[in-house]
Design a protein around this ligand. Structure first.
Ligand code: FES
Ligand SMILES: [Fe+2]
Length: 368
């Protein structure tokens, strides 16, 4: 057991949840090219084969340690710059030019699962991918069009940035949202949790009356989180939803390196293309509006959840979910051992929820 200030995984740079992380933009990797990458302390050579598919190998050649990103792509394989040893996409040595055969030499490097989607190259922080890429729930099985924002750096852990989107408390104080949100959590699986608003737009003044016309039910605002580090917002009126994915990883300085992805469902034909180009740019305006209000706070925040209150309930649920996710040995990340993980007793959660719903929460009562 632990309280909200003693989390093992949440807000801990050295606890990297095993999963998909954005590596670089697709346009940064041309066919037949290889690039240096440092993904959360893991040095990699990421290259794009002749067939157009990206691949990732551990950076350092098992012969003498030359960085393989100094080498050359040959077909779908990678040749080291130094003595020209060649490696397959699985990291198997398959050529030493100064020798006729490989007999007596055994050398292999690790390779990692790579996927390409939404204009980004993603990498799985382990040997085998156990899940699919992050998604926007309403677009999960649909083809999409996407647009990327500029990558950015913030002075806090990605988890802390993630909870901003479900911090309903600050929507009024910072973003001046005229509607109180009630974000209800649903755990989808061990690495996916959704929060959806259930409140309707009130009928209190001209502005809210006007906004209310665009929603038959509750005001659409939901968040879907993967690995506690990629979050996708769904919002907008009933006739047009906007989808904004925030993919964030740490760096060695403990900062958040983020990439915003604006999404919409694919629409065909010239009209569809023009429509999507407009929708994606409008989505960017919405995303910037939300991101901008918080810029200053993320430069200086020293996150410590000392005094949780009832209104912070979604954040507490997010932290609970993050604390149960599987971590990995990757770069500067060290796997959090099972014996260190927090076990959650159902009775305690029930008590917690009762405390929260009666507004009695305080530091001592909130147990993970
Ligand atoms: S260091 Fe790579 S082939 Fe020698
Ligand atoms: Fe915000």
């Amino acid at each position: 057991m632990s309280n909200l200030q003693e989390t093992k995984i949440f807000n801990n740079k050295e606890a990297i949840i095993e999963g998909w992380y954005w590596a670089l933009q697709s346009k940064e990797l041309k066919i037949g090219k290889v690039v240096h990458a440092d993904i959360m302390g893991k040095k990699l050579a990421i290259y794009r084969g002749k067939d157009g598919r990206p691949r990732a190998l551990d950076a350092f050649c098992p012969h003498m340690g030359a960085h393989l990103a100094e080498g050359k792509v040959e077909g779908n394989e990678l040749r080291c710059f130094f003595h020209h040893w060649k490696f397959s996409e699985k990291g198997e040595l398959n050529d030493i030019p100064c020798r006729k055969s490989l007999q007596g030499v055994s050398a292999k490097i690790d390779s990692y699962p790579v996927e390409e989607k939404f204009g980004l190259i993603w990498i799985w922080t382990g040997k085998e991918a156990k899940r699919g890429l992050p998604y926007a729930p309403e677009l999960k099985d649909l083809e999409t069009d996407s647009l990327l924002g500029k990558p950015y750096i913030k002075e806090c852990h990605p988890n802390v940035m993630m909870i901003n989107a479900i911090d309903a408390h600050h929507f009024a104080s910072v973003h001046k949202l005229p509607v109180d949100l009630n974000l209800v959590p649903t755990v989808i699986d061990s690495n996916t949790i959704e929060f959806s608003n259930i409140t309707k737009v009130p009928n209190t003044n001209l502005l809210t009356k006007f906004i209310g016309k665009f929603y038959k039910g509750p005001l659409t605002y939901s968040l879907c989180y993967h690995n506690a580090t990629t979050g996708t917002v769904t919002l907008g009126p009933d006739f047009l939803h906007f989808y904004i994915m925030f993919a964030i990883r740490t760096n060695k300085n403990g900062q958040a390196e983020g990439q915003t992805i604006l999404l919409t469902k694919k629409r065909n034909g010239l009209i569809g293309k023009i429509f999507n180009a407009i929708v994606l740019r409008a989505t960017r305006v919405v995303g910037n509006y939300f991101a901008k209000g918080d810029t200053e706070v993320f430069k200086t925040i020293n996150f410590k959840f000392k005094t949780p209150i009832k209104e912070d309930y979604p954040i507490i649920k997010f932290i609970q979910h993050a604390e149960k996710q599987e971590t990995c040995n990757w770069g500067y990340g060290k796997k959090v051992l099972n014996s260190d993980l927090i076990t959650i007793d159902d009775k305690e959660i029930t008590n917690l929820e009762m405390n929260i719903s009666t507004g009695e929460s305080n530091e001592q009562k909130i147990i993970l």
